[in-house]
Design a protein around this ligand. Structure first.
Ligand SMILES: Cc1ncc(COP(=O)(O)O)c(C=O)c1O
Length: 354
């Protein structure tokens, strides 16, 4: 058995996805995209999304979409395409999110060259200030241009919220997407198929308030942790404990809780602070910030304190634990979203589906 490793309970992910599929389809979301970037599009986990009922697989990176080619559902590129990757985008993504005319032109050329059609969703920036057309005239100008491009199909309009600006989706914000859809119909007599109303932060509106006109969500964190991310509430029937990190103790000693000599910068160039708890039993485990942030891991044994760490080590205070830990023992942790993302990305952390 090698460590560190993450175990994922397959049943829990399928169950989470099923609950979100039911919740979304009861609220007018006909098309649910499962976001795979958090587990680097591991096809075995994507398969669990499919079993749970997602209608498409979405990822921010084209390298990840390449891994998903065998799945017979739409593959969606979430991050705006780079000019340098348009040939791969039209090859590996059925749909991409866009907000730049120059990129749309390059995608059109790439699709012409490849002899295929590529579908695009135009993003509107409704205040979160990451991607998207901020000015209405620019949005409609892009619509007009895309409709004239013979290798692109204008699939829909979308928004991303609660990522950069932490803006919470509200019905009046999502209404603006519906207005764009209606505006496209009015000005160009063209029906947009998709109104993509955001990510896991839009989930809290389901069942309570309407998501006006929205028929698609792109969900990552909700599916892997069962939470809505506007307020961080667990959705009934789901679990956030499907993923568990296991790391091995490589040193266990009693030491002071404050450095014994003058201090400067830590391994990451920061000036650390310490709480003096006196002499404590400290366990060093073989995983570090290169694999996961110290603040992304939550000991299953609640009497353990995560003190901090460096690139390859994490230091735990196990003094208050009821368990008598030994060198060689395995310590388990639940993970937040950042923890799932980084442990899946680290080539030093194994993954086991159970
Ligand atoms: C454009 C876009 N849509 C959807 C998502 C999924 O977000 P979340 O994990 O909050 O559901 C992301 C980020 O992963 C994204 O960048």
């Amino acid at each position: 058995m090698s460590y560190p490793k993450v175990t994922l309970k397959k049943e829990s992910i399928v169950n989470n996805v099923k609950i979100f599929k039911k919740l979304t389809s009861e609220n007018g979301i006909d098309v649910l995209y499962g976001v795979t970037k958090v587990f680097c599009a591991n096809p075995d986990i994507a398969q669990l999304y499919i079993e749970g009922g997602v209608d498409g697989l979405a990822d921010s990176r084209i390298q990840n979409l390449k891994k998903l080619q065998d799945f017979d559902v739409d593959k969606v590129l979430l991050r705006l395409p780079q000019h340098s990757e348009v040939d791969e985008v039209v090859r590996y993504a059925d749909i991409s999110l866009n907000s730049e005319l120059s990129t749309l032109e390059k995608l059109n050329e790439a699709a012409q060259k490849a002899g295929c059609k590529h579908r695009v969703i135009l993003m509107a920036d409704l205040g979160d200030l990451r991607e998207g057309f901020f000015k209405e005239e620019e949005f409609y100008e892009a619509v007009e241009k895309v409709l004239a491009m013979d290798a692109l199909i204008l699939e829909g309009v979308g928004v991303n919220l609660t990522c950069y600006g932490a803006v919470i989706p509200k019905p009046h914000i999502l209404q603006r997407l519906k207005d764009y859809k209606d505006g496209v119909k009015e000005r160009f007599d063209y029906d947009l198929k998709i109104v993509s109303g955001g990510n896991s932060s839009s989930v809290y509106l389901l069942g309570k308030e309407k998501l006006p006109g929205v028929n698609n969500l792109r969900l990552g964190e909700s599916l892997v942790r069962g939470i809505e991310t506007a307020y961080g509430e667990q959705v009934e029937g789901t679990t956030s404990k499907a993923w568990v990190l296991h790391a091995q103790i490589i040193e266990l000693k009693e030491k002071p809780s404050v450095p014994t000599e003058e201090t400067g910068m830590d391994a990451f160039g920061k000036k650390p602070t310490f709480t003096d708890r006196g002499i404590r039993k400290r366990a060093l485990i073989a995983i570090g910030k290169q694999d996961v942030g110290n603040d992304c891991i939550f000991p299953v044994d609640e009497d353990i304190i995560v003190l901090g760490g460096s690139s390859d080590h994490t230091i735990l205070d196990v003094t208050d634990s009821k368990k008598d830990y030994k060198v060689g023992d395995i310590v388990d942790f639940y993970l937040d979203y950042g923890g799932i993302l980084s442990t899946n990305t680290s080539e030093y952390v194994d993954l086991e589906l159970i």
